[in-house]
Design a protein around this ligand. Structure first.
Ligand SMILES: C[S@@+](CC[C@H](N)C(=O)[O-])C[C@H]1O[C@@H](n2cnc3c(N)ncnc32)[C@H](O)[C@@H]1O
Length: 254
């Protein structure tokens, strides 16, 4: 029977990676597939599993019939160089020592930016509900912590509302959300793969209300310019970015 997701290793020197990959498969609660030394992974996609998390070289990759996705600090690296001008940093008014709750980790770029801005004395908790994305990004961050002088990112697998409910009122400076847009723009193949594995659940009123309880300063939400997310949540778009498809909203604590 084909399973939705399995863990395996690269075909090149699979023995080097087997024990680490097996331990991770157990931690994530998905089957481990011992990779034969011969044969491309595509032979097993759709037969053994619909998708594989593959350990090889120094990183994990998520493969399915459409392509592959891996964690890279690349897009955050560009933003770190222009940190003083980063919209998220500006809207959150982030400074050294602050704490941030990122309710939609995705590929971790926003969490990385926040971690760099709040520095080692600060704190970032980031939540991802999709197991493959959580696995990819938490391992990516653990294996290659990307920027010096950053806060450690505490990555949690779960639903942001459930994690927010465990936090005390006024216990973090800012909460940020970047949910999947209800009207997606056209994008790159790797973003299409992210879209396949991401949770498309819209941000709901209950989660926004919990975020406002937990935040001391701001709750910042990113949205699609042509979507209906903000209207539904009673948020007003600030329209301050030059990157046109994006809009932002910011609300204070409740
Ligand atoms: C647009 S992506 C976020 C991108 C991210 N800000 C970045 O910089 O890479 C949205 C992510 O949030 C996740 N997500 C959506 N709803 C969630 C929820 N309620 N709890 C946790 N994660 C959620 C999705 O699975 C997806 O990976």
């Amino acid at each position: 029977m084909t399973v939705p997701l399995a863990v395996t290793v690269t075909a090149k020197q699979p023995g080097r990676y087997n024990s680490t990959a097996k331990a991770k498969a157990e931690e994530w609660g998905v089957p481990f597939f011992p990779r034969p030394e011969k044969g491309p992974l595509s032979d097993f996609i759709g037969v053994v599993a619909e998708a594989f998390l593959v350990l090889g070289g120094e990183r994990w990759t998520l493969h399915d019939a459409k392509g592959e996705l891996y964690f890279s600090p690349g897009s955050a690296a560009l933003r770190v160089r222009r940190l003083f001008d980063d919209v998220l940093v500006r809207l959150c008014e982030l400074k050294a020592g602050d704490s941030v709750f990122d309710g939609t980790l995705g590929l971790g770029a926003d969490a990385l930016i926040c971690a760099r801005q709040v520095g080692p004395a600060g704190k970032v908790v980031a939540v991802e509900s999709s197991l493959p994305l959580y696995a990819l990004v938490s391992e990516g961050l653990r294996r290659a912590p990307p920027f010096p002088d950053s806060a450690i990112i505490d990555v949690r697998h779960g639903h942001s509302l459930a994690v927010l409910k465990t936090l005390e009122s006024r216990s973090v400076d800012c909460v940020v959300f970047d949910p999947m847009f209800d009207l997606p723009k056209s994008s790159s193949p790797s973003f299409d793969l992210l879209r396949t594995y991401a949770s498309h659940e819209p941000l709901d009123e209950a989660t926004l209300a919990e975020a406002r309880r937990v935040a001391k300063r701001w709750v910042v939400v990113k949205g699609g310019r042509y979507g209906r997310e903000f209207e539904r949540l009673g948020l007003t778009a600030l329209k301050l970015t030059r990157f046109k498809p994006l809009v932002w909203a910011r609300v204070g604590p409740s």
